[in-house]
Design a binder for this molecule. Structure first.
Ligand code: 13P
Ligand code: SF4
Length: 308
């Protein structure tokens, strides 16, 4: 985008924010210019917490994907939550419809159901408790059961099973994130040869093979924190490349090497500066979750917050 156009949009966005008592929350994968205009940039659980903490705000522009904006709307029934692009939909969240959760519950009665926040509200309403990649181990460990139904990410389920020693039944059997599936163990091994002493940090949505190469596995913000605190000067990063903007801004003296430059989540990138401006101006697109669904989904989210 041309610099003059960007500056003009940023100014209009700032004016509208003041005028409408609005804030902008952006996920770590958002476009650099979107991260720069946001009041807060974070991972999925941080953004939800932040949305709840912003008591003065009337409008929250949630620059991320559908399930994250829905979560904010469920937790903030008195605020208007807007998503700049209706096309920003997480394909993983579509892999586990509520009907599917009910099917697995019938198949395994009396087994607790933990759902990753990367699910739609109707599915959340059917589970016992939610989790994010930042707290999945804590949530599953807290449950008084040896077998857990867990979905929709099969790779996160594998990670949780390894770390907690509990039997995890993946629902669906092989839910996945198409973007994190692009990372290959072979590519990481080659990069490790090329960049001696580099530290590897990956997201738990990566395959078990890729996870096995990592020095650190965590949520997007946990990766950012690790990068800051680690003495490593070179870090190989196995998550969506949008995170590199924040990593480089916060650690200008360190080198960040993406495992694969093409690991772009097209859904996350649907939100542009122009669409954020229009979201504020026209108060579009509001997220509406029917009360009966929102109330039940909120219960599963609140249980997660109680434990974390
Ligand atoms: P985080 O909670 O780690 O930000 O992950 C959300 C996500 O969609 C990763 O692909
Ligand atoms: Fe969904 Fe993957 Fe995009 Fe995250 S990176 S929003 S899990 S498709």
């Amino acid at each position: 985008m041309m610099e003059a156009k960007r500056l003009e949009l940023v100014e209009r966005i700032q004016n509208l924010k003041k005028e409408k008592r609005a804030i902008i929350l952006a996920h770590n994968y958002q476009r650099p210019e979107v991260q720069d205009v946001a009041d807060y940039v974070g991972d999925s659980i941080e953004l939800s917490r932040r949305a709840m903490a912003e008591e003065e705000a009337r409008i929250i522009v949630f620059s991320a994907v559908d399930f994250m904006a829905q979560t904010a709307a469920i937790l903030n029934p008195n605020k208007k939550v807007l998503i700049p692009s209706l096309g920003a939909r997480c394909p993983m969240a579509q892999m586990l419809p509520a009907e599917n959760v009910k099917f697995w519950k019938r198949k395994h009665p009396n087994t607790p159901v933990v759902l990753y926040v990367n699910t739609l509200a109707e599915a959340k309403a059917e589970c016992d408790i939610c989790c994010t990649s930042a707290n999945a181990l804590k949530i599953v460990s807290s449950l008084n059961a040896d077998t857990i139904l867990f979905g929709p990410d099969h790779n996160l389920a594998w990670y949780v099973q390894q770390k907690t020693g509990k039997k995890i039944i993946s629902i669906p059997e092989r839910g996945f994130c198409p973007t994190h599936l692009l990372f290959l163990k072979e590519d990481i091994l080659l990069l490790k040869e090329e960049y001696a002493n580099a530290t590897v940090a990956v997201h738990p949505e990566c395959t078990p093979d890729v996870q096995s190469t990592a020095d650190f596995i965590g949520s997007t913000s946990q990766i950012c924190r690790f990068a800051k605190e680690s003495p490593a000067e070179k870090l190989i990063i196995g998550t969506e490349v949008g995170i590199l903007h924040r990593l480089k801004t916060e650690n200008p003296s360190k080198d960040f090497i993406p495992v694969y430059n093409g690991a772009i989540c097209p859904n996350m990138k649907r939100n542009t500066l122009e669409l954020i401006y229009l979201a504020l101006k026209e108060e579009r697109y509001p997220i509406n979750v029917p009360d009966n669904v929102a109330d039940r989904a909120r219960r599963s989210l609140d249980k997660m917050f109680e434990i974390t």
